[in-house]
Ligand binder design. Structure first.
Ligand code: PRP
Ligand code: URA
Length: 221
């Protein structure tokens, strides 16, 4: 489904994706299962987001004959998760394209201002030649994703797609205003943000639930 106002936005609708996102939201879902679900959801979203992936022909030999067949142009790609929660999505994307180059951007939201704070950036030097897939499960105010895109562009990235799992309308609006040309792939569009800028109904703090870092998080380690 496309978002009427912004043609760059795709909201995915597969029943399996919806099912897995429902399990992800459930506060009874424990750390191990939560992490596996983020990976599985990323595979489903990545499959869709990578549908225009470049391929080239290679010669192989079947039991019947030699033939030229397409393989994915892995070198044209780069995955860039936003730390921490994006790391859960990187696992899934690497299942789809093993050995793909990955860059990493470290950002966290200041608890008071809700503004993103940069603390890490390591990107491939040839990022300008690559199709970059920026990964973060949560698009809340949009501040982190907008900042990450700026960092990618500063390093020369030309073609960027942003993939998230759950988005708030406020974040979609802000991201699209800042980046109307960047494709934005969303697993589920939620209702709104609450007073703490958490997505409603959302899933809570994604990084904490992936890594089991709050006392309130149900962990099965
Ligand atoms: C979360 C999430 C995004 C950001 C989204 O990270 O993974 O990066 O918040 O919020 P925004 O759209 O309002 O910027 P967080 O800041 O909690 O950092 P963490 O992953 O290190 O816990
Ligand atoms: N970051 C999260 O992990 N969850 C939210 O709901 C908003 C930002």
């Amino acid at each position: 489904m496309t978002y009427k106002k912004y043609p760059n936005v795709t909201i995915l609708e597969h029943p399996l994706l919806k099912h897995k996102i429902t399990k992800l939201r459930d506060k009874k879902t424990k750390t191990n299962e939560f992490k596996s679900l983020v990976k599985e959801i990323s595979i489903l979203e990545g499959y869709e987001a990578l549908k225009h992936l470049k391929t080239h022909l290679v010669e192989i030999e079947t039991p019947i004959e030699k033939t030229m067949q397409p393989v994915v142009d892995r070198k044209s790609l780069c995955f860039v998760p936003i730390l921490r929660a994006g790391l859960g999505m990187e696992d899934g994307m690497l299942e789809l394209v093993p050995g793909c180059t990955c860059g990493h951007i470290g950002l966290y939201r200041d608890e008071v201002t809700k503004e993103p704070v940069e603390y890490y950036c390591k990107l491939p030097s040839d990022i300008a030649e690559k199709d970059v897939y920026l990964l973060d499960p949560m698009l809340a105010t949009g501040g982190s994703a907008i900042d990450a895109v700026k960092m990618l562009k500063r390093h020369g990235a030309q073609r960027i797609t942003f993939i998230c799992i759950i988005a708030a309308p406020e974040g979609v609006e802000a991201f699209c205003k800042a980046n109307p040309d960047i494709p934005l792939v969303i697993g589920a569009l939620d209702r709104c943000l609450n007073e703490k800028a958490y997505i409603v109904p959302g899933l809570g703090d994604c990084g904490d639930r992936i890594f089991g870092t709050t006392s309130g998080t149900t962990s099965d380690h």
